[in-house]
Design a protein around this ligand. Sequence first.
Ligand SMILES: *[C@@H]1O[C@H](CO)[C@@H](O)[C@H](O)[C@H]1NC(C)=O
Ligand SMILES: *[C@@H]1O[C@H](CO)[C@@H](O)[C@H](O)[C@H]1NC(C)=O
Length: 357
Amino acid sequence: MTNSAPILFPSLLLLFILLPISTSEYTIGVNYGTVADNLPPPSQVAQFLKLKTTIDRIKLFDANPDILNAFSNTNISITVSALNSDILQLSKLPAAQSWIANYIVPFYPQTKINRIVVGNEIVAASDKNLNAHLLLAMKSLHTALQLVNITDIQVSTPHSLGILASSEPPSQGRFRRGFDRAIFSPMLKFLQETKSPFMINPYPYFGFLPKTLNYALFKPNLGVYDRRTKKTYTNMFDAMLDAVHSAMKRLGYGDVEIVVAETGWPSVGESNQPEVNLENAVTYNGNLVKHVNSGIGTPLMPKRKFETFVFSLFDENLKPGLTEERNFGLFRSDLSPVYDIGIMRDGRVSDERTLEL
Ligand SMILES: *[C@@H]1O[C@H](CO)[C@@H](O)[C@H](O)[C@H]1NC(C)=O
Ligand SMILES: *[C@@H]1O[C@H](CO)[C@@H](O)[C@H](O)[C@H]1NC(C)=O
C-alpha cells in the first residue's frame, strides 16, 4: 500500500480536477406532459427544474393555471398550448381575447410565457374544417395579444412530419400536395411577418429501420449521401430538419426559424422491441442535446441553432397504448433521473447509467 501511494496520489488529484470539467451542461427544453396520477405538484417541479437542472424552457400541452402560477419568477420560458378542441372557437377574435384574458394575462410577465401553440399536429391529420380554421385561430390569438399590448409572445403550431410528401433525399423535401400553397404558404407568411418559428415534431424513433439504427441514434455509420446537394448526412435528425427546410424553401420561406417542438426515444418497450431500451434512450437524447447545443446546424442550415424540446419531462403512467408510450420521460415521478443527458446542475448524478459522451 505504502509503496503505491505516491503513484496513486497524482492520478486521484487529476481525477478530481477533471471531473467538474467533463460534466458538460447543456440547455434544453422539455415537454411537461401530465397524463399521469403520480406526478409531484407543479411548484415542486418548478423548483426542481430551476435549482437542479439546466432545463431553461418547457412546453405544456395545455395552459394549466397551476403550472403557469408555479413557474412564476423561475426565469424558465414557457410555451403554452391551446387545445385542438378550441381551434374553431379561437378563430373568432372575441373568443381569442377571452382565452388570452384567462390563460395569459393573469400570469404574464411574472411567468415567462414566450409562445402560444395552437393545437398539436393538426395539419397532417387532414380534418378539413380544423385545417380551414387553424391559421385564423393563430391570427386571432396574435391580434388578441396585440390588443393587450403583449408583443413578445409568439404564436405558432407544431407539425408531425406527416406534412411532407417526400423527405428523401433531404433536398427533395416537399409538403403534401394540397397543403403546400393552400395551408403552408399563408401560414409561413404569417410566421415570417410575426417573427415566429415553424414548429416540427421529428422522431427518428418512428422512422428508423434495423439497418438505420445507428443513423437514427447519432452513432457512427456510413451516412446517407444526397447527390443533388453533395452533402452527406450522418444522422436522421439532420435529414428530417433539412427535408422540412427544403419544403419551406420551395415556397420561398427558407429563412423562417425552425423549432423542434418534440423529439425523443423511449427507455422501456415491449419484449419484441429490442431497440427500445435505456441505452438507446440515453444515446439518442444525449447525442441530441449535444448536437443542438453545438451550433453546427445541419448540412443545409449550417450554424443555425434549433430550440429543441425533448419529449418528455416525466414518464406518464396513464398514457394509453404500448409500454413505450409511458416511458419517454427523463425523470420518474419522484424526480429521480431515469438517466442523465448532461442537464443536471450539481454535476454528475450518482447513477451508473450516466451518459459518457
Ligand atoms: C433569465 O434567462 C435568460 C435566458 O433565457 C438569461 O439571459 C438571463 O440572464 C436570466 N436571468 C436571470 C435573472 O437569471
Ligand atoms: C396599449 O398601449 C397603448 C399605447 O401606449 C395605450 O393607449 C393602451 O391603453 C394600451 N392598452 C392596454 C390594454 O393596455
